[in-house]
Write a new protein. Structure first.
Length: 141
């Protein structure tokens, strides 16, 4: 079981590689492979193969795609967390969620829609009955 830390249950949160401090403002597209913690202001788009922490005093206006996301501050934008999204009690999210695992603390502000990804979602079935997988093979259901 993952050890609890100040940023929830995501154990990797203890090993943050990059921090945007509370005196930092960033506008643009941020791409990274490991970890990022935002304590300041961010405006743009975030794409990651790792995890993102939005600190308690952070304000983020961006669509976010990452493996894991912890939100303690404010996010305005859609969040796609491929593995896990955790909203801490001080977290505010104004946007849609798409994730496999979701944890929300008491006190969270969330305005948007939530789509839970099932583990078998790499196989999509459309209304015609055609099954397509991520390997682009096609079969009939």
């Amino acid at each position: 079981m993952a050890r609890k830390n100040e940023y929830g249950d995501i154990k990797e949160a203890e090993k943050v590689n990059t921090v945007l401090s509370d005196t930092t403002s960033f506008n643009g597209i941020m791409k990274f492979k490991t970890s990022l913690k935002i304590n300041g202001k961010f405006n743009g788009e975030i794409i990651s193969e790792g995890f993102l922490i939005v600190g308690e005093r952070a304000t983020v206006k961006a669509n976010i795609k990452a493996d894991s996301v912890v939100i303690a501050g404010e996010v305005k934008g859609n969040v796609e967390a491929r593995e896990r999204l955790e909203l801490l009690s001080t977290g505010k999210l104004y946007g849609n969620i798409k994730t496999k695992k979701l944890k929300m603390a008491d006190g969270v502000i969330f305005e948007g829609k939530c789509e839970m990804i099932r583990p078998d979602m790499d196989k999509q079935v459309d209304r015609s009955g055609i099954l397509s997988t991520s390997s682009n093979s096609i079969g009939v259901v």
